[in-house]
Design a protein around this ligand. Structure first.
Ligand code: NAP
Length: 254
């Protein structure tokens, strides 16, 4: 399908949580949406059905692709371009946490997985998108929004410093790439959520984190995925046309 009048957004990790909220709101705002997931096809099918209901047949695409596998990412971007004929916005939302642990309890395997999905995965997705978006490659520019974390500022001692560091890489990448890609008419920004009520906490064995957020968040509660999605959508939009290299904290004041 090639529709040159509507913008195309590719969202990694769009089957659940913040990515899924972003996909639904993007579709409501008229984007053609491609999104990826790692393994949970049932959730991906639900999101896809919602998106198709909003904008009609061929307006959305669900792609199984592990962001930590380079070939998967190359294929994911290729299939998006093949289906929609263009790519305007990349949202990097796929990410993981792990069990609460101190550094001396973390296996090498854990550290490698954390950095491979959260940091390397984001970098590879950006690389592939830039090949299509950058004016130096014949593209028309675009916007990239990363989902970092307020963890990069807090450090998360005694809990998951590996996760915090994997998101610190995203902050640095945002700063450097805003300067590198500006001349190619690509803006790149990062949202840094605080505790948001999604499955990610339970999948890392920290399901109680969402309730605990009430104690340490000035606004007295965890955030909702939609509250992060609105920030992502703004950074992706022309309303943010002079914003690049920004870190937008969406954390209830933490
Ligand atoms: P979530 O509800 O657990 O959803 C994670 C999504 O990422 C799912 O769609 C999952 O696919 C996908 N995913 C996971 N690993 C992947 C991989 N290797 N390749 C491709 N897709 C993968 O998580 P969330 O809370 O929405 O988190 C989204 C992002 O926000 C993450 O980067 C996270 O670090 C960040 N963040 C979250 C919070 C929070 O409190 N929730 C706070 C700060 C930052 P499957 O469904 O197939 O598993």
């Amino acid at each position: 399908m090639t529709d040159t009048t509507r913008k195309v957004m590719l969202i990694t990790g769009g089957s659940r949580g913040i990515g899924a909220a972003t996909a639904r709101i993007a579709a409501e705002r008229g984007y053609l949406v491609a999104f990826s997931y790692r393994s949970n096809q049932q959730e991906a099918d639900r999101v896809l059905a919602d998106l198709l209901r909003i904008n009609g047949p061929d307006s959305a695409l669900a792609l199984q692709a592990d962001v930590s596998v380079e070939a998967d990412v190359v294929g994911m971007v290729q299939k998006t371009i093949e289906h929609f004929g263009r790519l305007d916005v990349l949202v990097n939302s796929a990410g993981i946490v792990d069990q609460v642990a101190r550094i001396d309890e973390m296996s090498g395997e854990r550290l490698e997985r954390m950095l491979r999905i959260n940091s390397f995965g984001t970098m590879i997705c950006i690389r592939e998108a830039v090949k299509h978006m950058a004016t130096r490659h014949g593209g028309h520019g675009g916007a990239i929004v990363n989902v970092g974390s307020i963890a990069s500022k807090l450090g998360c001692e005694n809990e998951f410093v590996d996760y915090a560091a994997s998101k610190g890489a995203i902050d640095s990448l945002t700063e450097g790439l805003s300067k590198e890609l500006g001349p190619d008419r690509i803006r790149i920004n990062t949202v840094r959520p605080g505790v948001i009520a999604t499955d990610i906490h339970a999948s890392g064995g920290n399901g109680e984190k969402v309730a605990e957020a009430a104690n340490f968040t000035p606004l007295g509660r965890a955030g909702r995925p939609e509250e992060v999605a609105y920030g992502i959508l703004w950074l992706a939009s022309d309303e943010a046309s002079f914003v690049t290299g920004a870190l937008l904290d969406i954390d209830g004041g933490v």
